[in-house]
Design a binder for this molecule. Structure first.
Ligand SMILES: [Zn+2]
Length: 304
């Protein structure tokens, strides 16, 4: 039986939130089988639990926010992406404010923390969500699509008329049968433009955003001293975001995701459309590792 996983130990992290710029304490804790990923606002009295699922998505402007009864946690996508990348099924995420710390703008610090703390196998079968029929959503020239595939594959095209991005590869296609999430995706940081940032700041948004937690571009160049981590870092970050958004399905995906200029809003619309069409997917588990697609094994590495 392929079993569910949780964290072996409690892990503590801290950092600032991207949007409000406040300092946040975060604790990642082991959780029982079939819990899923559950965020908890420990600064509220009583504490509010917010399960990470498609149905609880309350806002998709700039980041993905989940909420229950008005209590929210925003920017969950990078941490969710790390959970997906390491195959963590069950965990509690305790936060002392309405955001997940932005760390360096990628999911790598979360991957590092979880690998350091270790993972643990649990005594229930791991459930996968297998795509049986294609589902597509479209808005203007943006679209996103899920299709059947024996594995997990993502292709994403961005389209920015900016010299740094235009001269790089704007299309990323990654099949996790051959690529490792940690090496190929996790270090890609979120990105923004100075011109846009000034506008966001004037609206009280992106207050925590800085060169320490994002790739920041002026009209011509990357302003970060260390430049880009991958030549196509921006496109890879959109894949990182999509993996995190898709993990709000609550289970690892067996299928392919492709998108053109999609973002958190359209990603969520796609997941809502999928959930509504019960003929398009099924939940499955595997008795033997040999029966699983090899790409799932890569995304979901064996515990060291
Ligand atoms: Zn992001």
């Amino acid at each position: 039986m392929i079993r569910q996983r949780t964290l072996k130990n409690e892990i503590t992290g801290a950092g600032v939130g991207l949007h409000k710029g406040v300092k946040i304490q975060m604790k990642l804790k082991p959780a029982p089988v079939n819990t899923g990923i559950v965020f908890r606002r420990t600064d509220l009295n009583p504490v509010v639990e917010i399960p990470a699922c498609v149905e609880n998505v309350s806002c998709t402007r700039l980041s993905t926010t989940i909420g229950v009864n008005g209590a929210e946690v925003s920017t969950v996508e990078h941490l969710m992406s790390a959970f997906a990348g390491l195959g963590v099924d069950n965990a509690y995420v305790d936060v002392t404010a309405g955001e997940v710390p932005i760390m360096d703008g990628s999911s790598h610090p979360f991957v590092f923390l979880m690998e350091a703390g270790g993972l643990e196998l649990q005594s229930a079968p791991k459930k996968f969500i297998r795509i049986k029929r294609a589902v597509t959503v479209q808005e203007g020239d943006m679209w996103a699509k899920l299709e059947p595939y024996h594995g997990f594959k993502i292709s994403f095209t961005i389209d920015f008329d900016h010299p740094v991005i235009k001269n790089s590869n704007q299309r990323v296609e990654v099949d996790f049968a051959t690529a490792s999430y940690k090496n190929y995706i996790s270090r890609a940081r979120t990105f923004g433009f100075v011109s846009e940032l000034e506008n966001l700041h004037s609206k009280g948004l992106a207050r925590g955003a800085s060169i320490r937690n994002a790739v920041v571009m002026n009209d011509y160049h990357v302003m970060n001293e260390d430049q880009l981590r991958y030549e196509d870092e921006c496109a890879r970050h959109k894949v990182l975001d999509a993996i995190g958004d898709i993990y709000l399905l609550g289970h690892p995906l067996i299928g392919s995701f492709s998108a053109h200029k999609s973002g958190h809003y359209l990603n969520n619309q796609l997941l809502v459309a999928l959930k509504q069409d019960e003929t398009a997917w099924e939940l499955i588990d595997y008795e033997r590792y040999e029966d699983m697609p090899s790409s799932i094994l890569r995304l979901d590495p064996a515990i060291a």
